[in-house]
Write a protein that binds this ligand. Structure first.
Ligand SMILES: O=C(O)CCC(=O)C(=O)O
Length: 245
């Protein structure tokens, strides 16, 4: 019998209406014994949450993959150093950032936008293969992202509720990867204001904001500084992949 592309076993309905499921790709996570699919130990550790349409793939990257990705991101930051831009309201962002890919996300008093070059005038470095592999696996192997925004949260850094709406085509999801310290990801609605829900994102978790959730307001309101040993001096890296044009 051919393997289904994805194996999903419904476990339970969690608090706050969030759905909790086993998930995984058949090639990695389903073991066949005598032609029968058997759930592995590792698979049982991985869960997919859905909160207001945002999918959270807990533990998507194992510790080795996280370390390798951090090494690749250090390479990006060496070629395109981190900077802390100003919002369009003139406030310096507490998050330091840089980008990889055809475009980098940028902000100053003129507004939020994508730029072809780092503030140094150099082109952005390419998106590392380790990062593209996550997009290929979960979104598309044909259309790759144009931008990988790298957000670095030092102690006390956070990101206010906002929408990702500087892209031309909202039919592509936003994919984000969390590395390092645990952070509280807050999710609102497409409209401004109203109630919110939050989920703690740990190192190796991946979020997908697509479909009706593509334009939900979201942000990081707290980082548990020092909660992960992935980055030797603490902190959190978030990678956000987007199709821009
Ligand atoms: O750091 C995060 O998890 C969220 C980042 C984010 O919302 C963004 O870059 O637009």
């Amino acid at each position: 019998m051919p393997c289904p592309p994805r194996f999903r076993g419904y476990i339970s309905r969690g608090l706050g209406g969030c759905k909790r499921r086993l998930w995984g790709k058949s090639r990695e996570l389903v073991i066949f014994r005598d032609g029968v699919a058997v759930v592995s130990e590792r698979q049982a550790m991985q869960t997919r949450l859905e909160i207001r349409g945002v999918e959270v793939l807990k533990g998507y990257l194992d510790p080795k993959a996280q370390e390798a990705m951090v090494g690749d991101i250090r390479g990006v930051a060496a070629a395109a150093p981190l900077f802390s831009p100003e919002t369009r309201f003139g406030r310096k962002m507490s998050v330091a950032m840089t980008s990889a890919g055809k475009y980098g996300w940028y902000t100053d008093r003129s507004g939020y936008r994508y730029e072809r070059r780092h503030p140094s005038g150099r082109e952005w470095p390419p998106i590392p293969d380790s990062v593209l592999a996550v997009w290929r696996d979960l979104v598309s192997a044909e259309r790759l992202p144009d931008c990988c925004l790298v957000n670095f949260y030092r102690d006390g850094a956070k990101m206010g509720l906002h929408q990702d709406r500087d892209e031309a085509d909202f039919s592509w999801p936003v994919l984000s990867v969390s590395l390092g310290d645990t952070a509280r990801f807050r999710i609102g609605s497409v409209e401004r204001g109203g109630s919110t829900e939050a989920v703690w994102l740990e190192s190796g978790d991946v979020c997908l904001m697509g479909g009706p959730a593509r334009l939900v307001h979201h942000g990081i309101d707290k980082v548990r500084f020092g909660s992960s040993s992935l980055l030797s001096d603490g902190g959190r890296i978030n990678l956000t992949l987007r199709v821009v044009d």
